[in-house]
Design a protein around this ligand. Structure first.
Ligand SMILES: [Zn+2]
Length: 459
């Protein structure tokens, strides 16, 4: 029955997708009633108006988020998606907000992440309603407007509404993600040793953000004399060659500038990158230098957190990962930002405690941010229901995934990420030429319609 509904509305489904994708809903400046700017507000308006035209009750929560409802009762099942997008960036071969249809794919920022999938959930709900399929629990589609920047939309939404019984978010991978590591951001501060007679780092900066492996780092060392600086240069060349590092040295009077290059990677997979700050520390630690013990500790950092005393793993998500993403000298204080993806049974506080116990008490260790792990056991009804729907619609096996990344599912209880990316398809989210196969759009409408109905009848 759903198939004939999709056939009947095919053109409307495509035209509404193009219209939504043509709204450039990148976060903009705050305006009262439009906290994330006009374009984000327009995207929400568009979706809510389309829902209203099909007879649904809708709500706009002060321009932070909105919802579309179907069914009766107080308890509800939630489907959470977002209508904001990251900036288009460069190197597009088509207009990023043109929503051009070429060879069965629709090209636009947000096609896949997450406006396309968000709209597919609305068409799925329209399908249930037009077929007269009434759920046992109320179904609510929630649309957030700042998933890409801070999740303030969800704070605001859930300060005005009770939490759902459970649900899913179409903002990652099929078949579904039932486990996500915790994500702790740790900030470490170390006082610079200004009394040391050894050569001293007078400028240091590496990386741009904690959740990426830094691809470059730079330091300037004052060696106090021309003789010392030449010795440094010679030894550093040798060290860099022996360790097969990419590094450049520039002598200027009695100081030397050291620039190391690494390979960028996402902090959830730091072993895939090469950390330029760690390389820089390895070079510095090979010399007599002020703050030598700090540079030695940084030089020993590994992607499993062994040297910080936080090595650990669980059977579902695998080993803890540790990334030193950013470091700099601020006045007389060294500052380091670590992004740590920890096992599902730990807490961020525990990670910080272990690091404190391992490091010198002259170092201060703060838990600057923490996203608790997400874990639904395989026998959880949400996991069971969604896996069964996926298998029955696609005739493919649904083996739940565990990841180190963080999805929107963490914003609601008893929820998992469920699509929209099918196995072995390229993940073009946040990339140039982001696009989505139109057939996958229709396939998602079918899967999500079954999924929300089954969940609402089960929970
Ligand atoms: Zn997203």
């Amino acid at each position: 029955m759903l198939e004939s509904f999709i056939d009947e509305y095919r053109q409307d489904m495509l035209e509404s997708l193009q219209a939504l994708l043509r709204i450039p809903s990148v976060e903009g400046n705050y305006v009262p009633g439009q906290p994330f700017g006009k374009a984000c507000a327009d995207a929400l308006d568009y979706v809510l108006r389309l829902a209203e035209s099909h007879g649904f009750t809708v709500s706009n929560v002060d321009g932070y988020a909105g919802h579309v409802e179907y069914g009766d009762g107080d308890d509800y099942v939630a489907v959470l998606s977002h209508l904001d997008v990251v900036p288009a960036g460069d190197n597009w071969s088509r207009p990023p907000f043109g929503a051009e249809l070429v060879d069965g794919r629709i090209y636009a920022r947000g096609a896949l992440d997450d406006k396309g999938p968000a709209l597919s959930t609305l068409w799925a709900l329209i399908g249930l309603k037009s077929l007269g399929l009434k759920p046992r629990r109320k179904i609510r589609l929630i649309f957030g407007l700042d998933e890409e920047s801070g999740w303030k939309c969800m704070q605001k939404y859930f300060s005005a509404h009770p939490a759902p019984l459970g649900g899913f978010t179409p903002d990652a991978d099929f078949p579904l993600i039932h486990a996500e590591k915790g994500v702790a951001t740790i900030r470490i501060e170390v006082p610079a040793d200004v009394l040391s007679m050894n050569p001293r780092v007078i400028s240091f900066d590496g990386g741009t953000r904690s959740n990426m492996v830094p691809e470059s780092a730079r330091a300037i060392v004052d060696c106090h004399s021309g003789i010392a600086v030449n010795e440094w240069e010679e030894t550093l060349y040798r060290e860099a060659r022996n360790r097969q590092m990419e590094a450049r040295f520039t002598v200027n009077g009695s100081s030397i500038e050291i620039v190391t290059s690494g390979v960028s990677a996402h902090a959830s997979q730091p072993e895939k990158g090469v950390n330029a700050i760690v390389h820089l520390a390895q070079l510095l630690a090979s010399q007599p230098v002020a703050n030598a013990s700090m540079w030695r500790a940084i030089a020993m950092l590994d992607s499993r957190g062994k040297s910080l005393g936080i090595e650990g793993s669980d059977e579902v998500t695998g080993p803890l990962t540790c990334n030193l993403g950013r470091g700099y000298l601020d006045g007389n204080t060294y500052v380091f930002h670590l992004n740590i993806r920890y096992p599902i049974h730990w807490t961020g506080e525990e990670v910080a405690l272990r690091i404190r116990a391992q490091l010198s008490d002259k170092w201060s260790v703060h838990l600057a941010g923490d996203l608790a792990p997400l874990y639904l056991p395989l026998e959880h009804p949400v996991v069971q229901t969604l896996a069964a729907v996926y298998e029955s619609v696609t005739h493919q096996p649904a083996i739940p995934l565990a990841i180190g990344g963080a999805t929107y599912a963490r914003a609601i209880p008893n929820a998992v990420a469920f699509g929209p990316l099918f196995p072995n398809e390229p993940d073009l989210a946040h990339e140039a030429d982001e696009s989505w196969a139109v057939d996958d759009y229709f396939r998602c409408i079918e899967i999500y319609a079954h999924a929300m109905l089954e969940l609402a009848n089960t929970l």
